[in-house]
Design a binder for this molecule. Structure first.
Ligand code: 13P
Length: 251
């Protein structure tokens, strides 16, 4: 049985004090909710505040990105040990916004994934096709390439700390969600690809989140698909009630 995992990717939203307010609203709404991993990924500047605000709750902390080196002359960057010291246990890597606006390639993502694992962080690794890819029938080819490139060279133990997020680029922030059938089709394909890359036991135990305009009103249907093991939530994660409903739908 794969335990569902719902993560909020706040992107470049919420100052430190706004982040604290959001967590304060969220904590009572999730009180007593069990059987699901919940992760909040605020911007770097709000990590410390959120870390403190979630102490003693079942909510875990994640970052949205990191550098592959532990320290050094990399102006503007943040390392895995810096995240660990704030009690972050997850990091999102290879988000399509990082790939599109900051030129992150599969090789870069792979280097970051290895660095995250060697610092005992769980990596939420994002893959997904653009509308152009989908319309030209290249979804599976693109997703397989991203998986093989971003997750090259991992061993069985490494895979225990990997979560895949399938985020079709055309569904991110657009209000246009993949239908449950469209999402399930790609999730099943991703599981098959992991089985080919590693083995079927790893494929069966790896959690695959869906991301892209997931919200309270469509979460239940998406999450009821056999290969959808949770969600990576953008816009709807900025609203405590909406996010809490999604978390409950995953149980
Ligand atoms: P939205 O939920 O705002 O579409 O964003 C999805 C996403 O990119 C999460 O990482």
């Amino acid at each position: 049985m794969r335990k569902p995992i719902v993560a909020g990717n706040w992107k470049m939203n919420k100052t430190s004090s706004e982040a604290k307010d959001l967590v304060r609203q969220l904590v009572p709404l999730l009180d007593g909710v069990k059987g699901v991993d919940v992760v909040l990924c605020p911007p770097f500047t709000a990590l410390a505040a959120v870390s403190e605000a979630i102490t003693g709750t079942q909510i875990d902390l994640g970052a949205q990105n990191m550098h592959w080196e532990k320290s050094g002359a990399y102006t503007g960057e943040i390392s895995a040990p810096m995240l660990r010291e704030l009690y972050a246990h997850y990091v999102i890597l290879g988000h399509s916004e990082r790939r599109t606006y900051f030129g992150e390639t599969d090789d870069v993502v792979n280097t970051k994934v290895r660095a995250a694992l060697s610092s005992n962080l769980h990596a939420i690794v994002c893959v997904g096709e653009t509308l152009e890819h989908r319309e030209s029938g290249k979804t599976e080819q693109v997703v397989a390439e991203q998986l093989r490139g971003s997750l090259a060279g991992l061993n069985e133990n490494d895979w225990q700390h990997i979560i895949i997020a399938y985020e079709p680029v055309w569904a991110i922030g657009t209000g246009r969600t993949a239908s449950p059938e469209q999402a399930q089709e790609v999730h099943a394909f991703i599981r098959g690809t992991i089985s080919n890359m590693q083995d079927s036991a790893v494929a069966e135990s790896t959690r695959i989140q869906y991301g892209g305009s997931m919200k309270a009103s469509n979460a239940r249907e998406l999450l009821s698909q056999p290969d959808i093991d949770g969600g990576l939530i953008g816009g709807a994660a900025l609203d405590a009630a909406n996010f809490a409903e999604i978390v409950k739908a995953a149980v």
